[in-house]
Write a protein that binds this ligand. Structure first.
Ligand code: BES
Ligand code: ZN
Length: 922
């Protein structure tokens, strides 16, 4: 790469710093070393976090099945369709004598309709053992209607790869007849967080066991034999058999309890629904109820008694009402339960009428929970409640359209939570949490389009891969844009008629576009393009465009924005970014960026902002610089003067500048310069945007010679903010006023400590030592994570061991989580290694938390290599025990390699991954 004007030699840069020429020198030095890093990496091919240079089609069309036999296909044949299931399950909450295993037994019958004649029954079944019926086979087949007698089953076997119970018949089933298939089976109630599984906790010194479920995406087949595809909706009669003194829950209300030695809880029939939304739970939990709306929150009894479910209960009713109004559709079920489980892989799961959560995602205690914990609870509840209609009442036909389901819930969660907590400014935060987040991954050559062809997604592992930042955050971002340019009334009209038409049924994503198109026409909304044309470029094409406005000619052009400008995209795409004249993609931009002179849409509260037509000075300047100039002259320390640039756009400009610099469109100096004005910035979003982007600099430089000067520079930038909150909150012993200010207070503290401000580090140690000395923790919940982390980083084994003791004693998961993170902050290698060993011992660190703990350790500059060596040494074990979870394994690889930037490191990753895949495909 040719050197450009702003690059100076490294030696000169270092001299600058030595001479103490201040901010400018630091910024220049940083950009020089940065450029060198990038050079080194692009020459060799990758990466510095900017992605691989080439990509092959990253959604390979299904690997060829071993044969064309129906049982070797991952998709069910279309011949049979279930209508109704009766399932009785009996989980044993005590280990079996001898084997020590926990098991469940079950009996199930499924009524199905024969659509095409066939002498083969394929039904999903995974890790279940069947008991032979009278004829010696594993199932019994009877006629419900439409035929005189049922064929005889001649063979029963399991096809493990495709997860089927295969039954062959002596003759064909009659077209249009209804049959009933009955089975008896057992399965293991393992601690593997999938299907029907076991969660454990200790209460008053006693071990308690819960039986619970996680079916999505393909684990209902691990609980009972079923046609486990989302379009095969049916009604369900569920019965749970359990010990007296335990409570049984499922999607529907219970109709009766028969008390024998065992209690039998029978549930009402469910509406027509998909198998992945089923839930069965047996526990000794307590609950609190809002009897008016039949809303309940379940959790461990001590948590309920301590009021930890109260906040969730308080906001659920209002959020449900918000969605009833938003969807113009009443809540589809007679009850709404939400339950906090000690062991849970994802954050939460939208089982219809019985939503399951991690404890940290549902339970709130003002004495322990931070404002960030509270916000997560509000948004995650809103997200799952949004699914009760969008996803559950109307379900996408197949997993390839998952992005619409998760993207939609990830967009409207902000609306639902904002309704419950209107003072938090939540709707703005989608910009940081989703838009910026996904820009960073969608700008890589390794990205992929939102939509995948139906036949490209077949295996369970391919389905699990779809739960990624593209589906969630890009999905949310494009839907927000769509709602914005259609205006909310039009968007809602289309959404409402869509839900009405397809209630209890299934759709593809274009069904929603059609309804929106109809709404555009019905409401006579003036939209120059049709919805499908506008959305196709966002949905069928990977990445997003960078738009250049020539401020002298007014000409607007665009190209595919890639963090690594040298990357080659080999994925086929139906569109081209560069064709600026004919594609609606571009016109769309013109209309919404330039014609309306807005940077952000009207519904999000951002005042109009006019892009300057001409730079204010003679020298050519780019938009970033102009805007920051305007801002600087208008903002004062009180933060009250005319905010020339709305807060969202300030955050956006900082993020854009850093990304444009990484893509070599503007000089790195320019991006770093956007941090200069921060000495006068009070708002959360721009600061957070800067901190997020500086994270990359920390990762790249915390082992290099520019780290010292960088620290010094950033310390100066944050000093004002640190002092401000020190004064305003009595030395960080009180909370700032206002939700986002509370975040800023915490960010000020953590950045000050991180950049080595002694006053901050001492304060952290003092606050922590007071806790150690008195046994009373006076640290404000908001600040706990950062105070603990800094105190543990500064302290030795005594501090670490004290914190570990507190972790084990914690009675609320949210406190345990803060300590679990902070324990990874120590600078002692041996403590980090010891902690790494703990992560694979489920009695010390729950399985659900293992991968995130390893990732936190890798974030620590001292822990980076330790974590990398650790996972390579235990690759097979980690993969078999922790690889099944949908988010966790790819997160793990990502997390522990985050600091990697050299050819050598790339080589190591390649080598290790190839070893891993060889191992598991053999
Ligand atoms: N349906 C998902 C849960 C899920 C994720 C199940 C992956 C199976 C595999 C649920 O609606 C969800 O999206 N949960 C998110 C929380 C949400 C606020 C983004 C989660 O678990 O993090
Ligand atoms: Zn979701």
């Amino acid at each position: 790469m040719g050197k450009q004007g702003f690059y100076v030699s490294k030696a000169l840069a270092v001299v600058f710093i030595v001479l103490g020429l201040g901010a400018l020198a630091t910024i220049i030095a940083l950009s020089v070393v940065y450029a060198q890093e990038m050079n080194r990496n692009t020459n060799g091919g990758t990466n510095g976090g900017t992605g691989t240079t080439t990509t092959t089609n990253n959604r390979p069309v299904t690997t060829a099945a071993p044969s064309n036999e129906p049982w070797d296909q991952y998709r069910l044949p279309k011949s049979l369709e279930p209508t109704h299931y009766s399932v009785t399950l009996h989980p044993r909450l005590k280990a079996q004598e001898g084997t020590g295993l926990y098991i469940f037994t079950g009996e199930s019958s499924v009524d199905f309709h024969c659509k095409e004649e066939t002498d083969l029954i394929l039904i999903h079944s995974n890790k279940l053992n069947y008991t032979s019926k009278a004829g010696g086979e594993w199932a019994e087949l009877t006629v419900v209607s439409g035929a005189d007698t049922a064929p005889t089953i001649t063979e029963s076997r399991l096809q493990t790869e495709t997860q089927y119970l295969v039954l062959t018949l002596d003759r064909k089933l009659t077209k249009n007849a209804e049959y009933r298939l009955t089975t008896t089976f057992t399965g293991e109630l393992a601690d593997d967080l999938g299907g029907f599984y076991r969660s454990e906790y200790v209460e008053n010194g006693q071990k308690k066991v819960i039986a619970t479920t996680q079916m999505q995406p393909t684990d209902a087949r691990k609980a009972f034999p079923c046609f486990d595809e989302p379009a095969l909706k049916a009604t369900f009669d569920i019965t749970l058999i359990h010990d007296a003194g335990t409570v049984a829950l499922s999607n529907a209300n219970s109709v009766n309890l028969t008390e024998n030695a065992d209690t039998e809880t029978v549930f009402e029939r469910t509406p027509k629904m998909s198998t992945y939304l089923l839930a069965f739970i047996v526990s000794e939990f307590g609950n609190i109820t809002d009897t008016v709306d039949d809303i309940k929150i379940y959790a461990r009894k001590p948590a309920i008694d301590a009021g930890q479910g109260d906040y969730a209960l308080k906001i659920t009713g209002p959020i449900l009402k918000f969605f009833e109004n938003y969807y113009n559709s009443s809540y589809p079920l007679p009850k709404s339960d939400q339950i906090a489980l000690p062991d849970f892989n994802a954050g939460a799961m939208e089982n219809w009428g019985l939503i399951t959560y991690r404890e940290t995602a549902l339970l709130y205690d003002p004495e322990f929970s931070s404002n960030s914990n509270k916000e997560r609870i509000a948004t995650i509840i809103a997200h799952e409640l949004a699914h009760m209609w969008f996803g559950n009442l109307v379900t996408l036909r197949w997993w390839n359209d998952l992005w619409l389901n998760e993207g939609f819930a990830s967009y409207v969660e902000y609306l639902g939570a904002d309704n419950a907590e209107p003072d938090w400014g939540l709707k703005d935060l989608i910009v940081l949490n989703d838009i910026h987040r996904v820009f960073a991954v969608d700008a890589l050559a390794s990205s992929h389009p939102l939509s995948s062809p139906e036949d490209a997604i077949q295996k369970p592992a391919q389905i699990s891969e779809l739960f990624d930042a593209i589906s969630y955050s890009k999905g949310a971002s494009v839907l927000r844009m769509l709602s914005d340019f259609l205006t909310e009334p039009v968007f809602l009209k289309g959404l409402q008629t869509y839900l009405q038409q397809f209630a209890f049924g299934n759709t593809v994503y274009t069904d929603l576009w059609n309804h929106l198109e109809q709404a555009v026409q019905d409401l006579e909304f003036n939209l120059p393009f049709n919805v499908t044309d506008i959305m196709n470029t966002w949905v069928l094409q990977m990445g997003f465009p960078v738009v250049t406005v020539d401020t002298t000619t007014g000409i607007v052009t665009q190209k595919h924005f890639l963090l690594n400008p040298d990357s080659e995209i080999t994925t086929e795409s139906p569109f081209e970014y560069e064709n600026t004249h004919t594609h609606t993609h571009m016109l769309h931009y013109k209309q919404f960026l330039v014609k309306q002179n807005r940077l952000d849409g009207p519904q999000h509260g951002a005042p109009d902002f006019v892009l300057p037509k001409k730079p204010p000075q003679d020298t050519p300047r780019d938009a970033v610089e102009c805007l920051l100039q305007i801002h600087k002259t208008h903002v004062n320390w009180s933060g009250e003067l005319p905010q020339a640039i709305p807060v969202i756009n300030r955050a956006q400009l900082v993020d854009d500048a850093f990304n444009l610099a990484r893509a070599k469109i503007i000089p790195t100096v320019r991006a770093l310069s956007t941090t200069k004005y921060l000495t006068g910035e009070m708002a959360y979003m721009p600061w957070k945007s800067a901190i997020n982007n500086l994270e990359f600099f920390f990762l790249m430089f915390d082992r290099s010679e520019v780290f010292g000067p960088m620290q010094k520079y950033l310390q100066r930038q944050v000093q004002n903010l640190f002092t401000h909150y020190n004064n305003a909150t009595a030395g960080y012993t009180a909370d700032a006023v206002g939700h986002q200010n509370q975040y800023t207070q915490v960010n000020a503290f953590s950045l000050a400590c991180r950049t080595g401000l002694t006053e901050c580090q001492n304060l952290a140690s003092t606050l922590f030592k007071d806790w150690m000395a008195t046994g009373v923790n006076k640290i404000r919940p908001n600040l706990r994570t950062t105070v603990y982390c800094n105190a543990i980083a500064a302290g030795g084994v005594d501090v670490w061991d004290f914190a570990w003791g507190q972790f084990q004693k914690a009675t609320i998961a949210t406190e345990a989580e803060k300590i679990r993170y902070a324990l990874t902050c120590t600078k002692e290698s041996w403590l980090l290694n010891r902690y790494l060993e703990y992560t694979l011992n489920p009695t010390l660190i729950r399985k659900q938390d293992a991968t995130s703990t390893i990732i936190y350790i890798a974030e620590n500059v001292v822990g980076q290599n330790l974590a990398w060596d650790f996972i390579r040494a235990r690759w097979p074990y980690i993969f078999s025990q922790y690889g099944g979870g949908s988010f966790s394994f790819s997160n793990l690889i990502n997390g522990v390699t985050e600091r990697f930037s050299t050819e050598y490191e790339l080589h190591q990753v390649r080598l290790s991954l190839s070893f891993c895949f060889c191992f598991f495909s053999s």
